[in-house]
Design a protein around this ligand. Sequence first.
Ligand code: SIN
Length: 335
Amino acid sequence: MKSLFRALLIVPLALAGMQVYAADYTIKFSHVVAAQTPKGKAAELFAKLVEERTNGRVKVEVFPNSQLYNDNKVLEAMRLSDSKTTGLMAAPSLSKFVKFSKTLQTFDLPYLFKDINDVHKLVDSPLMDRLSSGLDKKGLRALTVWDNGMKVFSINGDKPLRNVPADFKGKKFRIQSSKIAASMIEHLGGTPQKLPFKEVYTALGQGVVDGQENAWSNVYSKKFHEVQSFVSVSNHSYLGYLVVVSDEFWKNLPADIRTAVSSSLKDATAANRKYAAEADKADRKKIAADKYAKVVDMTDAERDVWRKATAPVWTEFRDEIGGELIDDVNKLLGR
Ligand code: SIN
């Protein structure tokens, strides 16, 4: 008891000798994936850079693995938040903005991107402002785009997904809250089922769904491959994130703080692209080496059959997204 009393006395005295300031602003960065993924690592780097560049005036707390919110709830919470000193930030996948933006659905169009270089061409172009416009009216401020990578399909059972629609027939696939992903699965011959990310492993393991689509780092870090038989390298669409913050919080930040946060995000974005490129290769290798699920490469000709099968999705969503915008994106990507 005596020593506890001494300790209680010493701590405030020790702190009195140090310069300890409370932060003026706190950013709670919520995400749903593991800390070692490209998004998780970029969020940690962002937190460190912001604290350095604001001399501790802004503290960033990162919450991985849906600890704070799942993706759909975080956007609602962000829109409702009116604190000027505590801001909610998140990086939900572009597919999860479906309730707030018709134009961002462009990113879900099957086979829009040949590879990640195509993605960067679009994201770094002035068209990105058109794609994300209007979010501020919904209380969300779009700040940058982070990569995960191209998506692959995994499935349980005795044969991989290769032939469409035959290999998709009678199979259920977990998708994000994307209308385009739902239509794409139907055109491939399967049945889509929307589920939050944190339920996917259990749903696959218990056979609630037979398969799913995701980037390599999510498959590996959440162990989806341990409850799947095959992974087909379809590269059919892009998994990327829009980093957003409550518009109200953002507008109320002093200009020097906004500059420091923006420059930290710029550097975290550059690092994220590097992390994503590394994870894409490394996690694919780890999945193959684990030998739970067999990795099945696909030829360009096979992918072309999938592309043709899913082409009607483009027509179905053309008016909703905006035909002129789709044409401009196609032009930029050299189609
Ligand atoms: C994420 O990468 O943030 C989650 C993607 C998913 O819901 O599949």
